[in-house]
Write a protein that binds this ligand. Sequence first.
Ligand code: SF4
Length: 495
Amino acid sequence: MPEVKTRDFFPASRVSILDPQLRLALSRVGSGFDSARRERIEEVSPEVWEEWREEARSIKVHTLDNLDYYLELLHDNVTKAGGHVHFAKDAAEANAIVAHIAEANQVRIVTKGKSMVSEELALNDVLEDMGVEVYETDLGEYIIQLAKETPSHLVAPALHKSKDQVAQLLSDHLGVPYTDDIETMARIAREALRDKFLSADMGISGANFLVAETGTLVIITNEGNGRLCTSAPRIHVGITGMEKVIPSLQDLAVFLRLLPRSATGQRLTSYVTMVTGPRRTLDEDGPEQFHLVIVDNGRSKMLADPQLREALYCIRCGACLNICPVYQKVGGHAYGWVYPGPIGAIVSPMLVGLKQAKDLPQASSLCGACREVCPVKINLPRMLLQLRQKLAESPEPEEKAATFSHKMLAKAYAALMGHPKLLSLSRKLGRIAQKPMQSNGRIGQIGRSSLPGISGWTRSRDLPSLPVKSFHQIWQQGLRQPPNTPAGQSRDTGN
Ligand code: SF4
C-alpha cells in the first residue's frame, strides 16, 4: 500500500489552503467540470436524469446484494473467452499475482492505463523493485509519475499542477526545450510514450465496469492510451476492485449515459474500450494472454457493513469532489491517501482503518451537495455521520474523535434544549456576556485574544452573535398572525 498520511489531514489542509497555485487549480473544478455536468443534465432534462440515477442505483443495489453470483458468472465467462481470473484478498496478494505473471513471462517493460486500484496497491513500486520499467500512459498520470506524486483527483490526477510546472517537468525529465504550449507538450509526451507502447511486454489497465454476462472489461477514456495498453503488448492484465461488476451489457448502457456526463460533462468519452478475453485465432491484433485480477483489499468488510456498503456503489466519477466545499479548499493530497473528497472520506477510513483516518469523516460541512450530484444517489452525508458516530462510540482511545470537552458541550446543549426556561435564561445572560466580544454581528475575540475553548472554530468560521430577539419572541409578538392582520404587517416592517 502507498504511504498512508491520513493522520496529517488537518496540518496538510492548512498548508494547502495557503497555496495560491492550488487555489487557482481548484477553482476550475467547480467552474469547469461541474458547470459542464449541469449543462448536460439540463440537456436531457432533470426528470430524465433522475430516472437514470434511480435505474443506476437499483442496478448497483441488486448487483451488490448478489455479488457472489455475479463474480462467479464473470469468472466463468472470462475463462470461457480464454482469459484467466485471479481473486486477491489484499494488496500483498494482488501485487504478488501481477509480479508472478511478469516474472513467468520475462516482462521488462510495462505500459499502464489509469487505475486507481493500482495506486491503492502501490503496484508500480513492486514491479520497479523487480527491475521492470513501468510507464504511466494516461497524460495526467504520466505527469505525476514524472513528479513522483500521487493523483489529487479521481478523474484528473494532475489537476493540482499548473501549465508552467508541467512544462518544467517535461523539460527536466525528457531533455526537451521548455515550452508551455499545451499542444506541443501533449505531442512531446505522446512521442516519449510511443516507443514504450511499441516495446512493452505487458499492458496493465484498470476497469470502469466488468460485465458478468459476457466476461467483458470496459474502460472509458478520452485518450487512446487505454486501447494501446490493452491491445499492443503480448500480455494484458486488468486490475480492479470487486465492486466494478455489473450484470449485463444492457446495464452498461445506463452507466455509459451517467458516468461521462457526471465526470467531465461529456455526452460520451472519446473511447469506450471493451475487452473480452485475449486475441482469437482470426483477430489481427490483441494480447496473447488476458488476466483479470479482482481485488478485495477491505471491500468485503464494507460489503458486510449495512450502514456503509453503499460506498461500493461508487463509479468514481469525481462529481462529489467537484462540488464539495472542503475539497475545493484543500485539494486531493490533503486527504492523505488514494481516494480524496467526500467519497474518500468514507472509503479511506474503511480501507486503511478508522484509527488512521479518524479526521476524514470530519472533513465535511454536511451540506448534502455530494449526495445531490452523485449519479448513483449515494447518501454520502449519512455515511459520514455514521462514521462520526462510530468514532464517538469507539472503545479504542486512539479512534475516538470526540474529546471530553466535546462530550460535556453536547450534554450541556441537550440539557439546555430540554428545558425552555433554562434556555430563555441562558439567552438573556448570553446577550449580556457576548457584548465585549461582539463585532459586526459576530463573536470572535476579547481584545486581541481568541476566545478560549472556541478559538478552533472562530479562527476559520463566523460565530454569529445571539440576536436581540429570539424566534420565540418574534413568534409571540405576531409572526403567527395571518399576514393581512396588523400584527402580520408589523412582522414585515420589523424585519
Ligand atoms: S460517490 Fe458518487 S459522485 Fe462521488 S465519485 Fe462516487 S459515484 Fe461519483
